[in-house]
Design a protein around this ligand. Structure first.
Ligand SMILES: [Mn+2]
Length: 290
């Protein structure tokens, strides 16, 4: 049974890239934003990010990879069920299938809750880096257990906390800040971030294979204005690319880019998301070919 074929459909706006027999990366969208608490609209992001990607230069100068000559297969968007658990279950099934095929994949959100579906099924030797302004550690939000403000809390109930590194935190309620101290969660707050400090984190000594979950509100709203819950005092795209370029030989098995919110965007946030996608795929291609 191919869950990719069962749950994904062509949006008619797929990435325009050279087709070869074997893709070096894969993309699929999950247009889901039902639990967004402040500014909904991230369900429109998979297509605006594709559109941005199709209209920018896709040569990575950082990694010297020409994506115009590579094949990133666009699998289309997931047909999203109204039921949250069913939605997450479908994401898990698709992710599992993509993981066994051993080709780096990118999931375009949608809200951050969707990352739960993928992270839950990652092999145990894969560490998870969450880039996010928010801790998303609430126990519940408006009476619901599964929302974009609680997804990290739900993950910690399933997965060993040692497997996570959270970067960019600067917005959470008192209960969440207390929890990171009580549980000694591995969090690098935005105010303390620099690339050298981040790379010295014990996480990088333990994990040679990683998954990146990128909530674009990690970036300062001046760089990424079109998000559901903007938070000032964020990090820059330059900070991110420097970190990526210095991961050296760490393998990225997959990544997601979530919370881009086109109705509140001037276009720049989708372009930033597209740029992140091209740089991360280029990093992965360089790692495999060098
Ligand atoms: Mn966030």
């Amino acid at each position: 049974m191919s869950y990719k074929k069962l749950y994904l459909q062509d949006t008619g706006r797929i990435l325009k890239l050279t087709e070869k027999s074997t893709p070096c990366g894969r993309v699929f969208g999950v247009p889901f934003d039902s639990t967004s608490t402040y500014r909904p609209g991230s369900k429109f992001a998979p297509n605006t990010i594709r559109e941005a990607f199709n209209n920018i230069e896709i040569y990575s100068r950082t990694f010297n990879i020409d994506l115009e000559k590579e094949y990133i297969e666009d699998l289309g968007d997931m047909i999203v069920p109204f039921n949250m658990e069913e939605c997450l279950d479908q994401i898990s099934k698709i992710s599992n299938e993509l993981l066994t095929e051993n080709i780096t994949f990118c999931m375009l959100g949608g809200e951050h809750t969707i990352s739960y579906g993928t992270i839950k099924v990652l092999p145990k030797d894969v560490g998870i880096i969450i880039f996010d302004a928010h801790l998303d550690l609430r126990d519940e939000m408006n009476g619901s257990k599964f929302t974009h403000a609680t997804f990290y809390r739900r993950l910690l109930e399933k997965i060993d906390k040692e497997r996570f590194l959270h970067i960019g935190a600067r917005a959470a309620c008192a209960e969440e800040w207390k929890l990171i101290e009580k549980e000694r969660l591995n969090v690098i707050e935005a105010s303390k971030f620099n690339v050298k400090f981040a790379l010295e984190n014990e996480f990088f000594k333990k994990y040679r294979r990683v998954y990146l979950s990128i909530d674009v509100d990690f970036f300062d709203p001046s760089f990424a204005p079109g998000v559901g819950n903007p938070e000032p005092f964020g990090l820059s795209p330059q900070n991110f690319i420097e970190l990526l370029a210095n991961l050296k030989d760490i393998e990225i098995v997959g990544f997601d880019i979530v919370e881009v919110c086109p109705p509140y965007d001037n276009g720049n946030t989708s372009i930033l998301a597209a740029k992140l996608m091209l740089e991360i795929f280029s990093y992965c291609i360089r790692e495999k070919t060098s």
